[in-house]
Ligand binder design. Structure first.
Ligand SMILES: *Cc1c(COP(=O)(O)O)cnc(C)c1O
Length: 388
């Protein structure tokens, strides 16, 4: 079965994990510090706090930024559930802003309209979570300007964009957002099995998420109310156990060394899809803005099924019978029953996202996808869509 994404584990990756398993520390040892340092160097962040998964990373970010009941947080509906759920965890209200039809990330013009709309009702937006969807960075300059102009917090859910460049800079994420979150789930660019991290250049915010990662405990002498001895710790807030293990971090460090080659392979696969599907009037391939390097966590192809003799469902089923497991990224979050039941979102405000969902399929893209298999995907796709 050819699926839309798949991890790549090398002998060196396995050896790195085995090495830790033979040592004294399975968790809270030196491999965690090493992975955090490796991430700092690669992504140019002053502080990195690893956690148990990308959802935990988002949860702690909302906690550390003080989100609470009554706050309004904006994000894109074209994302994984976790981006919006982390707003709900905090008791704040999630609201969705439509995507830009060219790069499928949150549209800054519509963000500003939304902020002004709330202002006119005497309400203030607290934060924006931008999602670098599929590996195409948001318009971070515009989002940063809005955050400064309206005094908002800015978060980058960067799970798709490891190895992407914005304004020719691979270390862009933490330069624009107050917090950046990543996930190392096996379908993402690099994996630790389950895992995630929180990046920031603000030492206070970093301290906060570190304390929350481990039950809310601190031993930092500057924060203690008393200090009764070397065993002593205090708890000022209720935190969680969101730690990652040492053997996972050993895998992470080993995988990070391979990230550049992973991204290059994904880009080569994307170039072929671009070439095959650009000239047709039923397809729309993902476009890449100037000074951007797309890292292709996904290859979202839009297909105008009305112009073909087949529905999306039939197409999916036929591809599956041919051993090709496509996916759709994403069902717009505001259409989920939970969100429909608890909030009142207006489809007219989110039409671009809804149309995108109707047309989008994610083609297989991962480092070990062979040329022959990619060719096979193309042949089956064109066959079922009646293009050949
Ligand atoms: C994968 C993903 C998450 C959640 O990460 P987990 O590690 O699976 O919890 C959040 N946001 C986006 C955009 C993702 O792709």
């Amino acid at each position: 079965m050819i699926s839309y994404g798949k991890q790549s584990i090398s002998k060196a990756d396995i050896d790195a994990v085995v090495e830790v398993l033979k040592g004294d520390w399975l968790t809270q040892g030196s491999a965690v510090d090493k992975f955090e340092n490796d991430l700092k160097n690669y992504f140019g962040a002053k502080h990195v706090c690893t956690v148990s998964n990308g959802t935990a990373a988002l949860h702690l970010v909302g906690f550390a930024l003080g989100w609470k009941h009554g706050d309004i947080i904006l994000t894109s509906p074209i994302t994984f559930l976790a981006t919006a759920n982390c707003i709900v965890y905090s008791g704040a209200t999630p609201d969705f802003v439509d995507i830009d039809p060219v790069n499928y990330t949150i549209d800054p013009n519509r963000v500003e309209e939304k902020i002004k709309h709330y202002q006119s009702k005497g309400k203030k937006v607290k934060a924006i979570i931008g999602v670098d969807y599929a590996g195409h960075p948001c318009n971070w300059q515009a989002l940063r300007e809005l955050a400064d102009k309206y005094d908002l917090q800015l978060v980058n859910d960067n799970c798709h964009a490891l190895g992407s460049a914005y304004l020719n800079d691979k270390q862009y994420a933490v330069k624009y957002a107050d917090f950046v979150t990543q996930s190392y789930h096996p379908v993402k660019h690099i994996t630790t099995g389950e895992g995630g991290a929180i990046f920031t250049n603000d030492s206070n915010l970093d301290e906060e998420v570190r304390i929350l990662r481990s039950h809310g405990m601190t031993k930092n002498p500057n924060l203690l109310e008393e200090n009764n001895g070397p065993w002593y710790y205090e708890m000022h807030k209720v935190g969680y156990n969101y730690r990652i293990t040492d053997f996972q971090c050993a895998l992470g460090s080993s995988q990070l060394k391979r990230l550049n080659s992973f991204v290059e392979k994904r880009q080569m696969i994307a170039q072929k899809y671009d070439k095959w599907f650009s000239d047709s009037n039923i397809f729309k391939v993902p476009r890449v803005n100037e000074s951007i390097e797309h890292s292709y966590h996904l290859y979202p192809l839009q297909i105008e099924f009305e112009k073909t003799g087949i529905t999306k469902l039939e197409f999916f089923q036929k591809m599956k019978k041919s051993n090709i497991n496509l996916q759709v990224h994403y069902i717009p979050v505001h259409l989920q029953p939970y969100y429909k039941k608890n909030y009142s979102y207006q489809s007219v405000e989110l039409l671009i996202s809804e149309i995108f969902y109707k047309n989008e399929i994610s083609l297989p893209i991962y480092p070990e996808l062979s040329h022959e298999n990619q060719q096979y995907v193309k042949e089956m796709l064109l066959k079922y869509l009646g293009e050949k």
